[in-house]
Design a protein around this ligand. Structure first.
Ligand code: SF4
Ligand code: SF4
Length: 552
C-alpha cells in the first residue's frame, strides 16, 4: 500500500493504492453511478455503468475495478463518459419492462433514478422485449420478477459472501440470462431479505411489504431493532400511523449494512396489532375496565401503600429502555425501599450465529442491569421472587414491559399475589391476571436508549404517534421538540393509542407516593442516568447520535 495523489474531475485527492477509482471518488464526495458494485461485496464489474475516462488509457475504464495510481487523472463526466453511460443505459433498458407505475422499487430504484439522470429519455428499440418469468416465489419471503433483473449479481454475491449459503446462480446466456436457485434449493436463509435492499431494481421484492405503499407516501425514522441483543440499526417505514416495513441502516460497528429476516418481519407487527392495550385499565368485579390515567395510577399507589417494603417486588424489562428501567429501579429502591428487583432472561442456548443474530432475544439486558435492575443487597432475584410469592412473603408485584406470566414457575404462583400491576403494550398472559394494566408505548412510539451486548448505547426514536405524544407536541414549543418527533404527514388517520412511556408512568406513580421525579422528557431521565451511573458518564443524546456510543 502506498500513498498516491490522483485527480478526479480536477480535484486533487490523496488516497492509497489499494483503493479503486469508485472508492477513492466516493470517499471524497464524488459519486460515480453503479449498479453491480456494492461497498460490502466483492467486485463483479459486469454492469459497465461506472465507465470513466482515465488519461493515457486508450479506452474508458470501469471505476469499480481500476485501482488508483500515482498521478492518475480521471474524468467522470466528460462527453466520452456521458455517451458511454447513455449507451449502457440504452442496453440495460432494451429489455426492461416499463413497470415503474406498479413496481415496489419505484421511488428508491437506481435504474429509475439513472434513467432520469443518465439516459437519453427515449428508446430506439422497436421490437418485442424478451419476456421472462414474473412473480416467481424464489424464497418464502422474497418474490422475483425476472424481467426486471439487470443481471448485476449482487444477490448471488450476498448469498455466497455474507449469508454463507450458495443458493442463487445465473442460468442461460445473453438476453435470456436470469437468476435461479440451485436445484432443490430456495432462497431461504436467516438473512435472505437483504437481497431485496441491495437489488438495484425491483426484481427482488419483500413479500410482506409489496404493494402496501408507494415509498414516497411513507416516513422513515431511524431506530434500533428490538429482536435481539445485537441492536441492528434500522429505519422504520410508516404510513397512516402504522408500521409497514423495517430496513437496515448502515452501522459498521454493529450490523454493517444488514439485518436478519426475523428482525425485519417479527419485531414490529405487535405495534399495529388488534390486541393493543389502548389505555389504562383497572380490574373491577373480576373484569378489566377502561379508566383514566389518574384513576389507574392512584389505584396502584393506594394499593402499594398497603404493603411493607419487603412484601413488594419489581420486575424490570430487558425489552424496555434504559430510561424506563432506571426510573423503575429508583422507584423501587428509593421511594418504596424494596430490594426485590430483577428482570427475566430471554436467552436461547446456542442461539448466536457468526454474523448478527444473538442468543439473547432482548435488546437491552445489558442496559437494564447497568441502570439498576438487579437485586439490592439481600434482595430477591427472579427465582427468589417466585419463591417469595410461593411462600407468601411477596404479596405485591409491579412489572413492566415483559409478559412475566410466561415464566413457567412464576405462572404457577402468580395468582397467589394480593396485588399485581403490569405495564403492557399488548394483551398477554400477564394482563389477563393483573389487577391494574398500564398501557405502555412500544419501542416505536417513544424516545429512549438501549444498550446492546457490546455495551453500545443507541437511540430509539418515535416513528408512530400516541395520543400522549400528539397532545404533548401541541403543547410544546419547537425548541423542546426532538427533531425526530416533529409532526409528520405519514401519521395520517391511523389509530392513536392512549399509551405512555413506562418511565413516565412509573415517575407519575412515584410522585403520588412521595417521590421527586421531575423528568419532562426521556432525555431528562438520560441526563440523570449520566450523573448517577458511572458507565454512562459524559454521554448525551447528541453524542449518541445516529451510530450510538460505546460505554466506558
Ligand atoms: S435480481 Fe436484482 S440483485 Fe439479483 S442479479 Fe437481478 S438485478 Fe441484480
Ligand atoms: S440480528 Fe437481532 S437486532 Fe439484528 S435484525 Fe436480527 S433480531 Fe434484530
Amino acid at each position: 500500500m502506498a500513498n498516491v495523489k490522483v485527480t478526479i474531475n480536477g480535484k486533487l485527492i490523496e488516497t492509497d493504492s489499494t483503493r479503486t477509482i469508485i472508492q477513492a471518488a466516493r470517499e471524497n464526495g464524488i459519486s460515480i453511478p453503479h449498479f453491480c458494485w456494492h461497498e460490502k461485496l466483492s467486485t463483479a464489474g459486469n454492469c459497465r455503468i461506472c465507465l470513466v475516462d482515465v488519461e493515457k488509457m486508450p479506452k474508458l475504464a470501469i471505476a469499480c475495478m481500476t485501482n488508483v495510481a500515482e498521478g492518475m487523472v480521471v474524468n467522470t463526466k466528460n462527453e466520452r463518459v456521458v455517451n458511454a453511460r447513455e449507451a449502457v443505459m440504452e442496453f440495460i433498458l432494451i429489455n426492461h419492462p416499463l413497470d415503474c407505475p406498479i413496481c415496489d422499487e419505484a421511488g428508491e430504484c437506481k435504474l429509475q433514478d439513472y434513467a432520469y439522470k443518465f439516459s437519453q429519455g427515449y428508446s430506439r428499440f422497436g421490437d418485442d422485449k424478451v419476456h421472462k418469468n414474473k412473480r416467481v416465489e424464489i424464497g418464502p419471503r422474497v418474490m422475483f420478477d425476472a424481467e426486471r433483473c439487470i443481471s448485476c449479481s449482487r444477490c448471488i454475491r450476498f448469498c455466497d459472501e455474507i449469508a454463507g449459503v450458495h443458493q442463487l446462480q445465473f442460468v442461460n446466456r445473453g438476453d435470456h440470462t436470469t437468476i435461479e436457485t440451485f436445484p432443490g434449493e430456495t432462497l431461504d436463509n436467516p438473512y435472505s431479505m437483504n437481497v431485496v435492499d441491495i437489488c438495484p431494481v425491483g426484481a427482488l421484492t419483500n413479500k410482506d411489504f409489496r404493494f402496501k405503499s408507494r415509498v414516497w407516501e411513507m416516513s422513515f425514522t431511524e431506530s434500533i431493532c428490538n429482536g435481539c441483543a445485537r441492536g441492528c440499526n434500522i429505519e422504520i417505514g410508516v404510513r397512516n400511523n402504522g408500521i409497514l416495513r423495517l430496513t437496515p441502516r448502515t452501522n459498521d460497528d454493529v450490523n454493517s449494512n444488514w439485518m436478519c429476516d426475523h428482525g425485519r418481519l417479527d419485531t414490529w407487527k405487535h405495534v399495529n396489532a388488534e390486541d393493543r392495550i389502548t389505555g389504562p385499565m383497572v380490574r373491577k368485579g373480576g373484569i378489566l375496565v377502561d379508566v383514566g390515567w389518574d384513576e389507574a395510577m392512584a389505584k396502584v399507589a393506594g394499593e402499594l401503600k398497603l404493603f411493607n417494603k419487603n412484601e413488594i417486588a419489581f420486575i424490570g424489562s430487558a425489552f424496555a429502555s434504559n430510561e424506563d428501567n432506571y426510573v423503575l429501579a429508583r422507584f423501587a429502591k428509593e421511594v418504596l425501599g424494596s430490594k426485590h428487583i430483577d428482570r427475566m432472561s430471554h436467552r436461547i442456548d446456542g442461539g448466536d450465529d457468526a454474523l448478527l443474530i444473538r442468543a439473547d432475544k432482548t435488546p437491552n439486558d445489558t442496559g437494564a442491569a447497568l441502570v439498576g435492575i438487579v437485586p439490592g443487597e439481600g434482595g430477591r432475584d427472579i427465582e427468589g421472587i417466585v419463591q417469595g410469592i410461593r411462600d407468601g412473603h411477596i404479596k405485591a408485584l409491579y412489572a413492566i414491559d415483559d409478559d412475566i406470566a410466561q415464566h413457567p414457575e412464576l405462572e404457577k404462583v402468580i395468582t397467589k399475589l394480593e396485588f399485581f400491576a403490569v405495564h403492557a403494550s399488548n394483551a398477554n398472559k400477564s394482563t389477563r391476571i393483573a389487577d391494574v394494566v398500564l398501557a405502555s408505548s412500544t419501542y416505536a412510539e417513544r424516545s429512549g436508549t438501549i444498550t446492546n451486548f457490546q455495551k453500545r448505547v443507541q437511540r430509539l426514536r418515535p416513528a408512530v404517534v400516541t395520543l400522549e405524544r400528539e397532545r404533548a407536541l401541541d403543547g410544546l414549543t419547537m425548541s423542546r421538540l426532538d427533531k425526530f418527533a416533529a409532526p409528520n404527514d405519514s401519521w395520517g388517520k391511523g389509530p392513536r393509542r392512549d399509551s405512555r412511556a413506562s418511565w413516565r408512568i412509573v415517575a407519575a406513580i412515584g410522585n403520588i407516593m412521595g417521590g421527586k421525579f421531575k423528568y419532562m422528557t426521556a432525555e431528562d431521565v438520560f441526563t440523570d442516568i449520566t450523573h448517577t451511573v458511572d458507565a454512562f458518564k459524559g454521554l448525551t443524546y447528541l453524542k449518541i447520535g445516529s451510530k450510538g456510543a460505546l460505554l466506558q
